[in-house]
Design a protein around this ligand. Sequence first.
Ligand code: UFG
Length: 316
Amino acid sequence: MRILVTGGAGYIGSHTVRALIEHGLEPIVLDDLSRGHREFIPEGIKFFERSILDTEFITEVLVREKIEGVIHFAALSNIGEDSRIPLKYYSVNVGGSVSLLSAISAAGVKRIVVSSSAAVYGLAKKDVIHEEDECAPVSIYGETKLIMENCLRACSNQKYSWMALRYFNAAGAAEDGKIGEKHNPETHLIPLALKAVMGSGNPLTIFGTDHPTPDGTPIRDYVHVDDLAEAHVAAILSKESGVVNLGTGSGNSVKDVLDLIEEITGTKVPMLIGTRRAGDPPKLVASFDRAFQILKWKPRKDIRKIILSAWNWEQS
Ligand code: UFG
């Protein structure tokens, strides 16, 4: 089965391309390399360096390459940047999805799986979040992902089936240390803390110790990128439509993560205590019951494996 992977040179996209190959599927990558990395695409995999906004070109590729399913990662995902350049976020994340859906409709592709995010929930009111809980994004990024989901729902009209995977905190790296998290600028907790340990980054600033959580730092549901990749394989092979959370069902605070990093690396994380970052919810933990029911998916790698693999990647 041939799958077009948009954004396949990015972090979660490149791990998914590997997982598709391991499962005997045939990925073809489309990425404009504005955020992705050419070297993350395995040798021998067909690659088109193109914008997601190029509907005509994508339609041609879908038809010519006899594509049966599309996994759509190509998007901007930096909270903070989104409020500085909102139009760019609407253009790439909403306009890009509309462009892709137009191409899919024109080419008659029957299955699409898209990257969504826990950011669609905003400031969660519950300890564990289910898919039917209220969506009230507090970032432009989260809003663009919610609009994309609504667009898929509104346009599918039985022409294609679709699934939007709402990731919680993607983290970790491939076991062989050849691909991993590489954002520019980096804003995520685990890579920043590891760079601080290695002395290749600034000391880590903890964004507030006065959150309403047991140790005062925010709790997140960190899910290994290889587990996310496996979920995409299951999702592209499924025919079900709807939104599905991808998380582990349990959370770790910023302090828990930093303690574990110190234990694993044997080094103190150079750190400063800062103030809260705007829009940071105190706790975001997913229920993955639906992913288990529909996709038979469950996470296999815990927070220790996440940090070990990320440490291996940063060192390589
Ligand atoms: N944090 C710090 N210092 C830093 C970076 C992060 O204390 O330098 C804290 C944050 O306050 C947060 C936790 O570490 O409590 C995790 O922060 P990340 O930036 O790693 O991740 P987020 O939870 O902010 O964001 C993630 C995804 C987004 C997604 C969002 C959903 O990366 O794509 O969850 O809320 F939109």
